[in-house]
Design a protein around this ligand. Structure first.
Ligand SMILES: *[C@@H]1O[C@H](CO)[C@@H](O)[C@H](O)[C@H]1NC(C)=O
Ligand SMILES: *[C@@H]1O[C@H](CO)[C@@H](O)[C@H](O)[C@H]1NC(C)=O
Ligand SMILES: *[C@@H]1O[C@H](CO)[C@@H](O)[C@H](O)[C@H]1NC(C)=O
Ligand SMILES: *[C@@H]1O[C@H](CO)[C@@H](O)[C@H](O)[C@H]1NC(C)=O
Ligand SMILES: *[C@@H]1O[C@H](CO)[C@@H](O)[C@H](O)[C@H]1NC(C)=O
Ligand SMILES: *[C@@H]1O[C@H](CO)[C@@H](O)[C@H](O)[C@H]1NC(C)=O
Length: 433
């Protein structure tokens, strides 16, 4: 009897301890919800009281990211019924969708195409670029995006519609609600608005040396559904390094850890002259929406990075989507002393030049003279080549002479540019050279 009483006492004691610990944990969990919300919490409570209480917009990218990851996971769990959190989060975070279902932006199943943003001020550069795509045997359809009636005149729209493979022009101001897409910010929204599922976004000053369609069959693109290209290693900036290391919550991806910007080796990481995205993949589509967020208020990161460039990889990192990064960069142009000087170039897996950024003039900012294209060179793979000028300084044995086909193509590109300029001059518009 005496013995069993002691056992009972012991059991009561243990039970009490368990209850006290549980209560403590529950209270503690409640107070932690603001900074560390979990799916369980949201699902169990169903009412999302705490989400309604947090101040919006989120006060930091870190907090935004925590909720974005939660949103991503919840959406996967509740494919069919939209719950209160999902509905409210979408309305708060992607207000420019104005309630349009995200799936409307997937594009036509299996379709592939090129997307180019244009405005009146880029016609001089962009019109010759678009006309030249046929010289490189481009067989992809092309969509041209602009923002509002004043961005691209009716006359210029008609000119663009006559270019072979241009299938339509889209005014983004009719698609996205209450958001001004001036400058670089138009680019990710153009990908989103495209009717293609597989989008190759190219700047209006990008020239290809091989058919662009080739990129869509790249194994790494097929696997990752996103292909990005490295920018040159250039300029160290402590402010930027500190910033990029402080904005996101862990865990960090291998790509993030290895990024030159994160490691303080360069203030540039990606160059967005060409971006490939498959909107048919759920994670990529969400990633694209996140990239859009980073380009417009209130979450714009333009105070810390140059335009849209870095928003692609940072946006994907925020929702933990991996991507393929073509790392090697080089330079195409002419020889100046022992350097190749000109524009940044990117190649295929066989190290054949694929596209370059910067069009045909020596510099779009100062020297309005046609660049001489005779050589290209790749930076070495075994180290980070530090660029200082528009020239690459590698061993002369690594200078590669452009072959006959490439030389002929560039000659055609220059002729097209001259023709466009002549026509523009005849219409009273200035055009160089
Ligand atoms: C994250 O949000 C919570 C709740 O709104 C806030 O208390 C906290 O300061 C935020 N954290 C950061 C880093 O902004
Ligand atoms: C935004 O959505 C509301 C409600 O669905 C609709 O009435 C309005 O026309 C939409 N605005 C735009 C610019 O799409
Ligand atoms: C338009 O967006 C701004 C913020 O950029 C916001 O303050 C304003 O309330 C929005 N207007 C409407 C009608 O949604
Ligand atoms: C990235 O670096 C952090 C330390 O800064 C480390 O904890 C983490 O494991 C790394 N991630 C990967 C995928 O290597
Ligand atoms: C370094 O980066 C910061 C943030 O992007 C920028 O404000 C600053 O001008 C940069 N400094 C230099 C020397 O470029
Ligand atoms: C350039 O390459 C050649 C052949 O590989 C080599 O003999 C020479 O030492 C190199 N020069 C420099 C400056 O690295």
């Amino acid at each position: 009897m005496y013995g069993s009483g002691r056992v009972l006492n012991k059991l009561t004691c243990i039970a009490l301890t368990i209850i006290i610990i549980s209560c403590y944990c529950l209270i503690n969990l409640n107070s932690r919800i603001y900074t560390d919300p979990s799916i369980d919490y949201i699902i169990n409570n169903g009412q999302f009281k705490n989400y309604a209480e947090i101040s919006l917009p989120f006060d930091s990218l870190r907090n935004l990211t925590i909720y974005l990851r939660l949103y991503r996971d919840l959406k996967k769990l509740s494919k069919t019924d939209k719950n209160e959190f999902i509905t409210k989060f979408e309305r708060d975070t992607f207000p420019w969708l104005n309630g349009t279902s995200m799936s409307n932006f997937r594009g036509e199943k299996m379709s592939k195409g090129i997307v180019v943003c244009m405005s009146d001020k880029y016609m001089k550069v962009g019109l010759p670029v678009l006309l030249s795509l046929k010289d490189v045997k481009n067989n992809l359809p092309i969509e041209i995006m602009y923002y509002g009636e004043n961005d691209l005149s009716v006359k210029n729209r008609q000119k663009l519609l006559q270019i072979s493979n241009v299938i339509r022009l889209i005014d983004l101001s009719t698609i996205f609600y209450n958001v001004s897409l001036a400058g670089f910010a138009i680019k990710p929204f153009a990908i989103l608005a495209s009717t293609f599922q597989h989008v190759l976004l190219m700047d209006s000053d990008v020239y290809f040396l091989q058919s662009p369609a080739k990129l869509f069959v790249d194994d790494d693109y097929i696997q990752e559904n996103v292909m990005l290209f490295s920018d040159r290693t250039m300029g160290k900036n402590k402010t930027r390094t500190t910033w990029v290391n402080s904005i996101l919550p862990p865990p960090f991806s291998k790509t993030f850890n290895e990024s030159r910007m994160v490691r303080g080796l360069s203030e540039h990481e990606i160059e967005s002259g060409v971006v490939l995205i498959n909107k048919g993949n759920d994670d990529v589509l969400l990633g694209l929406l996140v990239i859009c967020i980073l380009n417009v208020p209130p979450y714009s990161i333009y105070n810390y990075v140059h335009g849209d460039k870095e928003t692609y990889w940072l946006g994907l990192e925020m929702i933990q989507k991996t991507f393929y990064l073509e790392q090697r960069t080089g330079c195409i142009g002419g020889l100046v002393n022992d350097d190749v000087c000109g524009h940044i170039i990117h190649g295929d897996k066989n190290e054949q030049p694929l596209w370059w950024n910067g069009a045909l003039l020596q510099s779009k900012f100062s020297r309005l003279i046609l660049l001489k294209f005779t050589h290209y060179a790749w930076e070495r793979r075994d180290r980070y080549y530090l660029w200082k000028t528009p020239c690459i300084n590698v061993n002369k044995t690594e200078h590669i002479t452009l072959d006959q086909r490439q030389t002929k193509l560039i000659h055609m590109y220059k002729e097209t540019l001259k023709n466009v300029c002549r026509e523009m001059a005849a219409e009273g518009e200035s055009c160089l050279p």
